[in-house]
Design a protein around this ligand. Structure first.
Ligand code: PGA
Length: 217
């Protein structure tokens, strides 16, 4: 059976100590969900610490990166490339609207990022903002993240999310996720609307709230 993907996108939040404390708190709850995959996307900086902490304790948590370089290894100051990421993560977020807006990521750049992720066998969680967003070939997971819903406390309706899922079904994604003001109060409605999981930002920062999201999914 296909697992639901419950993704915590921490964005630019948490020190490494806070990140480890979050994992400690979340794993103090009963995480023996057989049908849910927990994916945490922290800052690059925290990946090595979290990776060894998770491995040592055999916690049922996968890691994802919030970005990937559009370039391969080499003279690209400040970039983190796919080969480096593959050491630590299984998943990578590409196409988030915050990066499109704040860092001017264009479809061209995003295509290159997708190519890099595919080259290094990373599972891509590709964010689309509406049904017109271009979706590159090879994307396995599509996350519908309408801009008006991100960080506003005003989520999309589950019915509209389902409509977008139907429209993009021609791309045959393995999973279709919803993201934008997801919380423990509204997640059940999105699940009823046949979402294959969610991408939670603000609500994922608190361990108890994230656990409730997992429980209610
Ligand atoms: P939000 O962010 O849950 O804080 O709205 C979601 C996202 O941007 O992935």
């Amino acid at each position: 059976m296909k697992k639901l993907l419950i993704v915590a996108n921490w964005k630019s939040n948490k020190t490494s100590l806070e990140a480890k404390e979050w994992i400690k708190r979340v794993t103090s709850y009963d995480l023996r969900f057989t049908n849910k995959e927990i994916i945490v996307c922290p800052s690059f900086l925290h990946l090595p610490i979290l990776k060894s902490y998770i491995l040592n304790h055999k916690f049922p948590i996968k890691l994802g990166a919030q970005d990937i370089s559009a370039f391969s290894e080499g003279a690209y100051t400040g970039e983190v490339n796919g080969r480096q990421l593959k050491e630590f993560v299984d998943y990578v977020l590409i196409g988030h609207s915050e990066r499109r807006q704040n860092l001017n990521e264009t479809d061209d750049i995003l295509n290159k990022k997708v190519e890099m992720a595919l080259e290094h066998d990373l599972k891509i969680i590709y964010c689309i903002q509406n049904e017109e967003t271009l979706i590159p070939k090879g994307v396995n997971i599509i996350a519908y993240e309408p801009i008006f819903a991100i960080g506003t406390g005003r989520p999309e309706t589950p019915e509209n999310a389902k409509k977008i899922k139907e429209i993009v079904s021609k791309y045959n994604p393995e999973h279709f996720l919803y993201g934008g003001s997801v919380s423990s109060d509204n997640i059940a409605d999105f699940m009823k609307s046949s979402m294959d999981g969610v991408l939670a930002g603000g609500a994922s920062l608190d361990p108890l709230e994230f656990f409730k999201i997992l429980e209610n999914a």
